[in-house]
Design a protein around this ligand. Structure first.
Ligand SMILES: NC(=O)c1ccc[n+]([C@@H]2O[C@H](COP(=O)([O-])OP(=O)(O)OC[C@H]3O[C@@H](n4cnc5c(N)ncnc54)[C@H](OP(=O)(O)O)[C@@H]3O)[C@@H](O)[C@H]2O)c1
Length: 262
C-alpha cells in the first residue's frame, strides 16, 4: 500500500504496544516511515526515549512515549483516554514467555503470561476497535507465532496464548472487514530480537528473520487476509506442521526446537 493511502487508512496515530526495541521498534520505524505518528508504549523509559528521538529525527513524525506495563490494562486504558489522540492502527507486540518445564513455572508466571499475551491484547482490541468502527477505517495487528500452530513443549503456556491471538484475529478479520477495520495476526517464526537472543542460546533456527523484514511483510499484508507468515521457510514450515503432518508429529518436530529451551 502506498504511503499516502496507508496514512489515510490507518492514521493519524498508531499505537505500538511494546515498541521500544526488538520487533516492536521495527514496527514503529516502518509505520513512521509510512508517515503515521506513533504512540510508543513500553516499561523502560530510557529505551523508549531513545527510539522516540530516533524516529522523530529521521521521519519528522510526532512520537508520544507512554511508559506502562500492559499487564495493568485498566491504567493503560485510562491514560490512553487522557492522551486524546486518534489511534487508527494498533500493533500489539509485547509478550511474556515463561520458558522451561511446566512443573518449574510458577502460578504468578502463568497469570502474567495471560495478562500480557491474552487479556491486554483482547481488551485493547475491544477498546480501540470501537472508534475505528465508528470512523469506518483502521487496522489491528496481533503478534502470534508459529509456536501457536500446535503444542510446543517447554513454552506450552506461551504457545497457547499465541494461538489465542491467531484465532481472535481470524474471527475479527471476517467480522470487522465490512466495517472498514483490517485485523491481522502475524504468525512469525524466529526473529532476531533481544528477547529471542536471550532465550535461544544455540545458533538461530532455520528461517530466522531480521525484525525489519517481519515488520515490513506484516504491514504489507494488512487488509489482505487474516494471517501473515513472514519468510518462505516459515510458510513451508507452517504448511508442513498444520497440513502435511499429524498433530502428534507436528508436536514432536516443534519439541526438537523448543524442548531444549530453559
Ligand atoms: N523473537 C522471536 O523469535 C519471535 C517469534 C515469534 C513471535 N514473536 C512475537 O513477537 C513479539 C515481539 O517479540 P520480541 O522478541 O521483539 O520481544 P522483545 O524483544 O522481548 O521486546 C518486546 C517489546 O515489548 C516491550 N514489553 C515487554 N513486556 C512488556 C509489558 N509487560 N508492558 C509493556 N511493554 C512490554 C519491551 O519493552 P520493555 O521491556 O521496556 O517493556 C519491548 O519494547 C512478541 O509478541 C512475540 O511473542 C517473537
Amino acid at each position: 500500500m502506498r504511503t499516502t493511502r496507508f496514512r489515510e487508512t490507518y492514521g493519524p496515530y498508531a499505537l505500538v504496544a511494546g515498541g521500544s526495541y526488538g520487533l516492536g521498534a521495527a514496527f514503529a520505524e516502518a509505520i513512521a516511515q509510512r508517515g503515521l505518528n506513533v504512540v510508543l508504549l513500553a516499561r523502560q523509559e530510557d529505551r523508549l526515549n531513545a527510539t522516540a528521538t530516533r524516529l522523530r529525527e529521521t521521519y519528522g513524525v510526532d512520537v508520544v512515549t507512554f511508559v506502562a506495563d500492559v499487564a495493568d490494562y485498566e491504567s493503560v486504558k485510562e491514560r490512553l483516554n487522557d492522551l486524546k489522540v486518534d489511534i487508527g492502527l494498533l500493533v500489539y507486540d509485547a509478550a511474556y514467555a515463561p520458558i522451561g518445564r511446566f512443573e518449574d513455572v510458577s502460578e504468578d508466571q502463568l497469570v502474567r503470561a495471560t495478562e500480557v499475551n491474552v487479556r491486554a491484547p483482547l481488551l485493547l482490541t475491544k477498546f480501540l476497535s470501537a472508534p475505528m468502527i465508528e470512523r469506518g477505517r483502521g487496522g489491528i495487528v496481533l503478534m502470534s507465532s508459529l509456536a501457536g500452530s500446535q503444542g510446543s513443549p517447554n513454552i506450552a503456556a506461551y504457545a497457547a496464548t499465541k494461538s489465542f491471538n491467531a484465532i481472535l484475529a481470524e474471527g475479527l478479520w471476517k467480522e470487522l472487514r465490512p466495517r472498514g477495520v483490517d485485523v491481522l495476526a502475524c504468525m512469525a517464526g524466529a526473529i532476531l530480537t533481544p528477547g529471542y537472543q536471550e532465550a535461544e542460546s544455540a545458533k538461530p533456527a532455520p528461517g530466522t528473520l531480521d525484525a525489519k523484514v517481519v515488520a515490513e511483510q506484516t504491514l504489507n499484508a494488512l487488509g489482505k487476509g487474516p494471517i501473515v507468515i513472514p519468510g518462505a521457510v516459515n510458510k513451508i514450515a507452517r504448511f508442513v506442521l498444520t497440513r502435511a503432518l499429524s498433530r502428534r508429529a507436528a508436536i514432536a518436530i516443534m519439541s526438537k526446537n523448543t524442548g531444549g529451551l530453559s
